[in-house]
Design a protein around this ligand. Structure first.
Ligand code: SAM
Length: 405
């Protein structure tokens, strides 16, 4: 039996260890790499960094801690999945109630879920964020410590992003793709009270929690719906802002292409698409660490999406005024801080051309495409030059990623 007190103590211990990992151990590795790379660091690619670091004891310790602190956060003796499993009879009724009585929520339990989504225990969350009724609660609790340096300011990230959007435009019809349990949607429906906001996600358990939170806050200008971001079902030109936070890197490149096409379809001419995701990786060391993070955190599409030419992709779908810029997730964590591990937060912003009206042909073409499940991507682990040579130049294939591996 895990009591709330022991859960809290266990999670605090893991967070303290993660902070040491984030700051001290990461900085030690960075210095170790720079000392060996010397002046060549500027010309290095990911394989060069791997050659220097991958077999060192310190990097292996770093990688082991990253993998296992996250595993313990969910599945350990004081893990979130275990806690909410035993607490389900107490925590689920309020969420079930919101489903019965609230008009803030529209669930579609028979919505087909793509295989690229169901085949991975994302973030090492057992069963992913969709398969268990308590998954939204587990995810919400886990998300409080995703960015360990933020501490109690972890909620600021989403508010900062919404403030950033507010400097670009004052939206009136907003679609938040992959809204999860509503953390990214909340600052939109509270920050733009005159706007009508739609939040969509594949996960019923997350949407129930999102609607419960919105109802408790007395929000009236938000609807949460169980829909696929790749095929939303909204009419053409329904929104002046399509946004997402941390969705793009969870979408393999082929469905990502369709997602951008779909965003263009549901935007009105001149409307904006503004995403917060991970893309700005200015040097080989950070790229190497980020690709390693992707493997260790069960995020198989992170690396392929980081390698997509987003400028090109967005322009191909009729977007203009495309900007891809690093984003500071907190006041004291500027984008140029190199001494701590941080995710490469990036704002991807673009305007749908006013000149180009929606082309109905592209919608019918989309309907006849192969299902996204078959279009799923595979992760490509970083290979040292020696390993690539041994494999005849091919990158090793990805295994199915579960929280138990
Ligand atoms: C990393 S979470 C981010 C959630 C939320 N935006 C936030 O910032 O807290 C990604 C979310 O995208 C959802 N998702 C993934 N693929 C999706 C798709 N094709 N359509 C809708 N939602 C999707 C997942 O269920 C998950 O809730």
């Amino acid at each position: 039996m895990i009591t709330p007190r022991s859960l809290e103590a266990g999670q605090r211990f893991l967070l303290a260890a993660k902070k040491w990992w984030t700051a001290d151990l990461y900085e030690h590795l960075r210095k170790q790499y720079l000392a060996q790379a010397g002046a060549k660091a500027d010309r290095h690619d990911v394989a060069d960094v791997a050659d220097i670091l991958e077999n060192t004891t310190e990097y292996r310790y770093f990688a082991w801690l990253e993998r296992h602190l996250q595993r313990m956060k969910y599945s350990g003796a004081y893990g979130l999945a275990r806690y909410y499993d035993q607490a389900r009879d107490a925590v689920l009724p309020p969420l079930e109630e919101v489903e019965q009585k609230s008009d803030l929520l529209e669930l579609k339990p028979d919505l087909p879920l793509p295989r690229y989504y169901t085949g991975v225990d994302i973030h090492q969350h057992p069963g992913g964020v969709w398969s268990d009724d308590v998954a939204g609660l587990v995810y919400e609790h886990g998300a409080r410590t995703t960015t360990p340096m933020l501490g109690s300011s972890h909620a600021d990230l989403h508010a900062r992003f919404t403030d950033h959007v507010g400097k670009i435009m004052t939206p009136t019809k907003i679609l938040d793709l992959g809204c999860g349990f509503g953390k990214s949607t909340q600052p939109f429906y509270t920050g733009f009270p005159k706007a009508q906001v739609e939040g969509i996600d594949l996960s019923g358990p997350c949407l129930r929690l999102a609607a419960h939170t919105a109802e408790a806050a007395g929000a009236k200008n938000i609807r949460f719906r169980q829909r696929d971001a790749v095929n939303t079902g909204y009419s053409p030109g329904s929104f002046d802002l399509v946004t997402s936070t941390m969705l793009l890197h969870e979408t393999p490149p082929a469905p990502l292409d369709t997602l951008i096409e779909e965003a263009a379809r549901v935007l009105e001419a001149g409307g904006r698409m503004i995403h917060l995701d991970f893309h700005h990786l200015p040097d080989a060391f950070r790229r190497f660490m980020f690709y390693g993070h992707a493997r260790r955190n069960n995020e198989p599409y992170m690396q392929p999406v980081a390698e997509v030419d987003l400028q090109k992709l967005l322009k191909r779908h009729g977007f203009e005024d495309v900007t891809i810029e690093p984003f500071s997730e907190a006041e004291d964590l500027g984008v140029h801080r190199k001494d701590v591990w941080r995710l490469p937060w990036t704002v991807i912003s673009a305007r749908k051309s006013s000149a180009r009206s929606y082309n109905a042909h592209s919608s019918s073409a989309r309907g006849s495409r192969a299902p996204a499940s078959r279009a799923g991507g595979r992760s490509r682990p970083v290979a040292t030059r020696a390993a690539r040579k041994a494999q005849g130049g091919k990158a090793p294939g990805a295994k199915r990623q579960t929280s138990r591996s």
